[in-house]
Design a binder for this molecule. Sequence first.
Ligand code: NAI
Length: 342
Amino acid sequence: TSLRASGVTRVVPKAKSAAQILPEASYKVAVLGAAGGIGQPLGLLIKMSPLVSELRLYDIANVKGVAADLSHCNTPSQVMDFTGPAELANCLKGVDVVVIPAGVPRKPGMTRDDLFNINAGIVKSLIEAVADNCPEAFIHIISNPVNSTVPIAAEILKQKGVYNPKKLFGVSTLDVVRANTFVAQKKDLKLIDVDVPVVGGHAGITILPLLSKARPSVTFTDEETEELTKRIQNAGTEVVEAKAGAGSATLSMAYAAARFVESSLRALAGDPDVYECTYVQSELTELPFFASRVKIGKNGVESIISSDLEGVTEYEAKALEALKPELKASIEKGIEFVHKQQ
Ligand code: NAI
């Protein structure tokens, strides 16, 4: 019998059950900011993963109840709670993946950059602890502005002498999830089949869906391209406005972050076929950080897929040039923040 489990095709004798070929639940995942709007549903989705042995939840408050609640789900992972900086080191020791959704979300009228002053400091202090306690872990940064918080994390890790660019990821999965959904709706396609690469960064015009590279291959009129691109770029604001002061995307974000965690765990488990769009250190353009499709393996980023940027449409080429100054400024702002603190 040939079956596909976790993306790995293996031939197994008939007598063996599917459970025997699944990778063991052996990975430890920490969520920092676990009691928040994203953290709670993300914890739930990670608790559902058959690959996770320990789910460690950290926040500055309210995490005990979240952990008690999740611990009653009869899935393999053990749930542990950690409250406040004194317990952060224990939360992080030995983990394989650290996911960071800690920080404040947007309110109507705010840009992601408006969050910089608060979230930059939060990410800085959390990454210092990551560097001290689990420098080998995959690090997933969700806290906005991702365009700046990832460079901040890189600088802190460099200062601590443990920076591995292959293991630091800005989570831009939600942009892909949204692009897939909106394109499927517009073109009446089966959602499961649609995959749209989204490159650049994770804010406003820096979010660049490459509709010409959508799979399955679809054609769009100029109006459709313009409308879909704008909708994907502003989808976060669509949610912020609908929530009217109660925060930004949390449920779809948790779904997207859980997908990225699952992809990372499959890569760690040896699946040779893991590709995700993510914001990483990159040489794809002249900018030091850039979101694109990457191949993820046991050691993190294995390769950055350059083909998506080849043969793009004129609209996409223009949008790519237009986003660079903003993305560059956001990257520099992050780097400066760390250097200013000395
Ligand atoms: P929230 O306010 O509901 O939750 C944030 C949590 O972080 C709270 O539980 C808070 O106690 C915790 N926190 C604050 N300071 C902390 C610290 N020093 N250490 C540990 N935990 C700390 O916010 P929400 O909606 O969960 O959003 C979190 C972040 O994710 C925001 O920055 C938001 O902009 C960002 N975001 C990113 C997206 C992406 O696509 N990358 C999409 C949506 C939101």
